[in-house]
Design a protein around this ligand. Structure first.
Ligand SMILES: [Mg+2]
Ligand SMILES: [Zn+2]
Length: 166
């Protein structure tokens, strides 16, 4: 694992789950929890922000189509991702390391996974080669985004040793 210079995570279904039955992702604070294996797993890495090569780079790339659909505000979605990051990693992320697509599906934007836009932004931010980057996710859109960005991919079953929908 340490061979990667940058590890990017999907959020929903990968780091956190929604606690509201029948709702795919949280719309407000108090509607999510981390999966129980996340903190311990992530604590095993020496994380380092952009420009700091003493450790592994970190990032989140999350589709938040609920913003475009009007379920919640873009600021709220970003705050929820920020809170998720802090709880998962134990520190405050450097600006730009949380990438979010607020657009509705099929809007033609360049950021919604499986498009590579968010992964490209993180790869540029860290100025690393895509071949040194790992993306971890739980959906085919994640796998295809990694492929489109030219980086490696692992399912949550490989990275966290956890089955989907747990
Ligand atoms: Mg997901
Ligand atoms: Zn987008």
């Amino acid at each position: 694992m340490t061979k990667y210079k940058l590890i990017i995570f999907d959020a929903d279904g990968t780091l956190r789950y929604c606690t509201v039955p029948g709702q795919p992702c949280p719309n407000r604070a108090g509607e999510w929890k981390l999966y129980p294996d996340v903190v311990e797993k992530l604590a095993g890495f020496n994380w380092a922000g952009p420009g700091d090569e003493s450790g592994v780079g970190y990032g989140i790339a999350s589709n938040q189509g609920g913003v475009g659909s009007g379920y919640f505000a873009e600021d709220t979605a970003m705050d929820l991702l920020n809170d998720t990051f802090i709880k998962a990693f134990g520190f405050t992320p450097v600006e730009g390391t949380i990438q979010m697509c607020p657009h509705i599906p099929y809007s033609g934007c360049s950021c919604r996974k499986p498009a590579p836009g968010m992964l490209d932004n993180l790869i540029d931010l860290y100025a690393v080669d895509p071949s040194t980057v790992l993306f971890v996710g739980d959906r085919d859109d994640d796998k295809n985004a990694a492929s489109n960005a030219g980086c490696h991919f692992q399912w949550i079953s490989e990275f966290f040793n956890r089955n989907p929908e747990e």
